[in-house]
Ligand binder design. Structure first.
Ligand SMILES: [Fe+2]
Ligand SMILES: [Fe+2]
Length: 171
């Protein structure tokens, strides 16, 4: 079944959104690298890599469906932040936007009755729930830690333990 052109266009746009998220997380990692929080820098770096995997999932899906892949420019990401909490709050807003984009994509896939696309997008919707939750959890604990350096360093160490994702673009 060939891909509906409107859906193909939006799936291509989502490659750009995921790469923009990856780029933005890399800017957040770079910001943390200039602070004592090397653990948060690691967390953001791993998150950036995961967003690239998301972009590649859409890429692979388009290729599998014999649709053209069209890559478009990325905007310059936000690079200045006021605190670790500010970085994670920015991340949450970004994830909420992506969740909305995937929801909208799902509506289109449903309208054109492309069930295979719906299946791919359902995976992403579940992933968005997890990502929003993990960012909100860190924000809650950063709020609790406030300005206490010892508590902040505990959170930073935990974030530093985040490992590289094993997820592949092809599954
Ligand atoms: Fe993503
Ligand atoms: Fe994400």
């Amino acid at each position: 079944m060939s891909l509906n052109p409107e859906l193909a266009k939006l799936l291509n746009a989502q490659i750009n959104h995921e790469m923009a998220a990856s780029y933005s997380y890399l800017a957040m990692a770079a910001w943390f690298e200039q602070t004592p929080y090397s653990g948060f820098a690691n967390w953001m770096y791993q998150q950036s890599a995961e967003e690239t995997v998301h972009a590649l999932k859409f890429y692979q899906f388009l290729v599998s469906r014999d649709a053209a892949v069209v890559l478009t420019p990325l905007a310059m990401p936000q690079a200045e932040f006021t605190s670790p909490l500010d970085v994670f709050a920015t991340s949450l807003r970004q994830e909420e936007t992506v969740t909305q984009q995937i929801n909208d994509l799902y509506d289109v896939a449903e309208r054109v009755r492309d069930h295979a696309s719906k299946n791919l997008l359902l995976w992403f919707l579940n992933e968005q729930i997890e990502e929003e939750k993990s960012v909100r959890d860190i924000m809650d604990r950063l709020t609790l830690a406030g300005d206490d350096p010892a508590s902040l360093l505990v959170l930073d160490r935990e974030a530093g333990a985040r490992k590289e994702t094993k997820e592949s673009a092809k599954n």
